[in-house]
Design a protein around this ligand. Structure first.
Ligand code: ATP
Length: 926
């Protein structure tokens, strides 16, 4: 078949022929898809295909429209009852009242809508932030693009831990395995390789040269050409329309819902009493009914859940700006009560900028000079010049030549020039360090490539602690292999592991048997280098008489020849040291978990301040010996775990949780996913993490930095504090309003507030400050107190009592001002006006008091939250307008307050202030 049109009809033909892909050779498929096996698609062509085929995603369920969201605000039973009552009062001639009430209800609804709409938008924005990406080759360059921009014909790079983003045909694979249970039901990983298959209608699970969207790469690496995207994939065909899982409510939201129901019952009962007493006093039934329903609407905090969502969502946005991306909302709450952070070392606590500092070979220890990834430096013997220390020329030193070239050949990383001309590593930083060191000695991957052709790889996995690359020699071997031995395997990895696989040593240009004594010496040197905080890798090689792609580690990685050790530093991140200190003050334990050697781990831990008196360190081998119960017993004292594998992480999390800890755990590799799921807060690495860990996590660190986790904990605590602040404010205000009406009714007084006044207080005085409290900056002492208990009630630590007390004081002050005016003989309208003003001012002052649970109102910085200052200013201006603007006076039945009136209100509010402050001053610990 001849294809002339790029991305045109030919492509569509093959798309419909998708059954065939596995029967075609890789190059045929690439040809059919008009792609290129080395340079991939040109960016412009990819853009054309994207326009033609659409985005690579499954059709999502429809979202709630903004109109629906708006209407939902008015679906509340009490609001509907109020509207009904208002309609009746309208027809009975109370036109102004009725219209004003409707206006307030509409404004209230709009406010609720704005809050919820904002919450939803910010959650959407977060979803976009954590959207998956894919590595492709376009225009001959490897690129990371959003997975939804993949198109048929793209060359897709896959490695272990990737979620396969589209269907594709493999072009090359090394040790590639995929878990396809989502598609085939088979939970064991399937081996994948690019060889052509034959047979009609092979079941999906048997199409070993294809990869499928929605499955996961569990092992190895590979390259595939994308054959179908989005709804055209196998997954798309099965799924049809995927309904997005509904985001559940957070535990706190659930608890508040429950609380809300109680409040409704209590409010309705009180309103019933107020209405009943009014009717007994011969008030008009409709007036009383309207007053009762208005009180219920004002007092029932239906906005509580929405304000919580907004507080959470805005906090989450702030966290995202701080580089912590929250994937599940409940994590914000859990972060606030975290008691332990278990963190990977490399890249999270350390910079992951490795530089080889020392090498050990043939019995000699050499120092390597130079900084960072700049490939300039020299090798000198690690003894002072006076004692014979001298510079070595690597090319004329057969042992160093072998060590450095083997180090490069066993690595995948490359040294590249960045945009600004600086030296950068493409690939794994540890390998990068080896490549840089080798280049200092004059050995480059490009130079060695001329001699060696890569034929296979046994990839690095953290369980194996090693990797091997197999080459076929292109010409004569300057490294001196015997003739007839065409293949050479180059291995590197943890010294204890590599040494265990070695039978000989390369020393003074010759193969020598590896005696027990030498093994012992090498391991001692390893220990010594690790004790200097160096991460040490051993390098070895082996000539292979034969090689086939089926050959596994047992065949290749055995009888190796040891070349030497290379020790690299990976300095701690200075901000991690500060963050660990902060954790200590905040009662948070920090635990370092690493695949590195115990001595390296301890040396770094000491620099980080992670080995306090009485703390312990354990290795993976120790963990193997301990039972779960024994581990549970000692886990609270262990701050360093070394040489651990991902399964150990799971045991560590469990042991900590069984001690009552709330644990955050970081992870990056595919096998870390179970531990991340088990942890209370699974934290995935944004840069180095795999898709699988990201999916299992509740938070992603955009910068892989430990300090970011600690900042997120701080935010989590701050957000929870803010939720307590506005709950405190809203509930005490509502109690104040309800008690005002109840106390007056019980005392046989007329109602102190008219329905329109109550509704106004609810709209203008309660909502704005509550929203502002929801975004209060964190208290300076949030990280100087211990974590809260995860199951503590929102009213714990005396908050419930304080809410009830302040609410009562507000109610008492309002009724007192009202009763005093009536006693003085002022008219009912004036008494109501003063009561109304007293209530509003008490609430606005109280808003400032809610900012801190520990400090008195005047001890806080009153301008610390400018939103609150603005909210209170707006509410005050609105109050003055209602009191003094003639038109509004008619609507709200108010009279202009005189200076003497203000004195009465001031005295009432002042007395209330004393009633609230004095007991606190008396009870306050000195
Ligand atoms: P973390 O601290 O983030 O858990 P780590 O870097 O300490 O990660 P691994 O990456 O699993 O842990 O590395 C564990 C050990 O495996 C290292 O100490 C090193 O000996 C060896 N190793 C690491 N990277 C490679 C590699 N690319 N090739 C061969 N061996 C490696």
């Amino acid at each position: 078949m001849v294809h002339t049109e790029v991305g045109g009809a030919a492509l569509n033909h093959y798309e419909t022929n998708r059954e065939n892909w596995y029967t075609l050779g890789a190059s045929e498929v690439i040809g059919a898809l008009k792609s290129d096996s080395s340079s991939g698609l040109p960016a412009a062509e990819a853009a054309r295909r994207l326009a033609r085929h659409g985005e690579n995603r499954l059709t999502e369920a429809k979202k709630k429209s903004p109109l629906r969201l708006l209407l939902q605000q008015f679906e509340n039973t009490m609001v509907l009852v109020l509207l009904g009552a208002t309609a009746i009062s309208f027809f009975l001639g109370h036109v102004v009242d009725a219209l004003a009430i409707v206006a307030i209800i509409i404004l209230n609804g709009l406010l609720g809508f704005v809050q919820e709409y904002r919450a939803e938008k910010s959650l959407d924005a977060l979803k976009r932030l954590s959207a998956p990406t894919s590595r492709v080759i376009r225009d001959g360059e490897p690129r990371t693009i959003p997975a939804r921009e993949l198109v048929p014909g793209d060359l897709l790079l896959l490695e272990s831990g990737d979620r396969v983003p589209a269907d594709g045909r493999l072009i090359e694979a090394s040790g590639l395995e995929a878990e396809e249970s989502a598609l085939t039901g088979e939970s064991l990983p399937v081996r994948k390789s690019p060889e052509v298959l034959s047979g009609e209608h092979l079941p999906t699970g048997d199409r070993r040269n294809l990869i499928f969207a929605g499955t996961t790469v569990t092992r190895g690496r590979g390259t595939a050409v994308v054959t179908a995207t989005g709804m055209g994939t196998e997954m798309g065909r099965i799924a049809g329309l995927i309904e997005e899982a509904e985001e559940g409510e957070t535990p706190l939201q659930k608890r508040l819902d429950h609380l809300g129901r109680w409040i409704v019952v209590v409010c309705l009962a009180v309103c019933g009493v107020v209405v009943g007493l009014g009717i007994m006093r011969d008030e008009l039934i409709l007036d009383m009914f309207l007053a009762g329903v208005s009180l219920a609407v004002a007092a029932i905090p239906e906005g509580l859940a929405a304000v919580v969502t907004v507080a959470l969502a805005l906090g989450v946005q702030r966290m995202a700006r701080g580089r912590a991306i929250i994937r599940r909302l409940p994590a914000v709450e859990t972060l606030g009560c975290a008691t332990v952070i278990c963190s990977d070392k490399t890249g999270t606590l350390t910079k992951n900028e490795m530089t080889v500092r020392q090498v050990y070979l043939g019995g000699r220890l050499l120092n390597v000079s130079g900084e960072g990834y700049r490939p300039f430096g020299s090798f000198t013997t690690a003894v002072p010049a006076a004692a014979g220390g001298r510079e070595i020329t690597p090319a004329s030193d057969p042992d160093l030549t072998r060590l450095l070239s083997a180090a490069v050949l066993s690595s995948n990383a490359r040294l590249v020039r960045g945009k600004r001309g600086d030296w950068e590593i493409s690939g794994d930083p540890s390998e990068g360090a080896l490549v840089v060191a080798a280049q200092k000695g004059g050995f480059t991957p490009q130079g060695l490539d001329r001699e060696y052709r890569r034929v296979g790889e046994l990839p690095f996995e953290s369980e194996r602690l090693r990797m091997t690359v197999i080459y076929r020699r292109a010409g004569a071997d300057q490294l001196g292999s015997a003739s007839g031995q065409e293949w050479t395997a180059f291995s590197k990895g943890a010294p204890d592991v590599i040494l265990g696989l070695c039978a000989s040593e390369w020393r003074e240009g010759k193969l020598r048997p590896l005696t027990e004594e030498r093994r012992h010496e090498i391991l001692e040197k390893n220990q010594e280098m690790a004790g200097r905080a160096l991460r040490v890798l051993a390098v070895a090689f082996r000539h292979l008489p034969t090689f086939s792609h089926q050959d596994g580690p047992d065949k290749v990685e055995t009888e190796l020849t040891f070349c030497g050790l290379m020790g690299m530093i990976d300095p701690p991140r200075p901000e991690a040291i500060r963050a660990i200190e902060k954790c200590k003050q905040a009662g948070l334990m920090t635990v370092m978990i690493t695949g590195d050697h115990l001595a390296t781990a301890r040396a770094i831990a000491r620099e980080l301040g992670l080995l306090p008196e009485g703390s312990r360190s354990l290795t993976g081998a120790d963990l193997e010996r301990l039972t779960d119960d024994e581990l549970r017993e000692i886990a609270p004292n262990v701050t360093v775990y070394a040489r651990v594998s991902p399964e150990h992480k799971l045991r560590i999390v469990r042991a900590l949780k069984r001690n009552g800890h709330v644990a955050a755990m970081t992870g990056d590799g595919v096998n870390d996913a179970p531990a991340l799921k088990e942890a209370d807060i699974g934290v995935a690495m944004g840069k180095t993490g795999t898709d699988v860990t990201k999916e299992a996590s509740s938070m992603i660190l955009a910068d892989d930095n430990f300090a970011t986790i600690v900042r997120a904990v701080e935010e989590g605590r701050g957000i929870y504090d803010n939720i307590r602040k506005f709950i405190r404010f809203l509930l005490s205000c509502n109690i104040g309003e309800v008690l005002t009406m109840l106390l007056a009714s019980l005392a046989g007084l007329p109602l102190p507030l008219l329905p329109i006044q109550i509704l106004w207080v609810n709209l203008a005085t309660d909502s704005l400050p509550a929203m502002a409290l929801g975004i209060d900056p964190p208290d300076p002492d949030v990280m100087r107190r211990p974590p809260r208990a995860p199951n503590e009630s929102v009213f714990s630590r005396g908050l419930g009592l304080r809410i009830a007390y302040v609410g009562t004081v507000i109610g008492l002050v309002t009724v007192a001002v009202f009763a005093y005016e009536l006693l003085l003989g002022s008219g009912l309208e004036r008494a109501r006006t003063l009561a109304f003003a007293a209530l509003v001012i008490c609430q606005l002052v109280h808003a400032f008091d809610c900012r801190s649970e520990r400090r008195m109102i005047l001890e806080t910085n009153l301008f610390g939250n400018l939103y609150l200052v603005a909210a209170v200013a707006v509410s005050t201006i609105m109050l003055l307008a209602v009191l003094y603007v003639p038109g509004l006076q008619v609507v709200f039945r108010t009279v202009s307050m005189t200076a003497a009136d203000w004195l009465v209100v001031g005295a009432g509010v002042g007395a209330g202030g004393l009633l609230v402050t004095v007991p606190r001053m008396i009870r306050r610990p000195s």
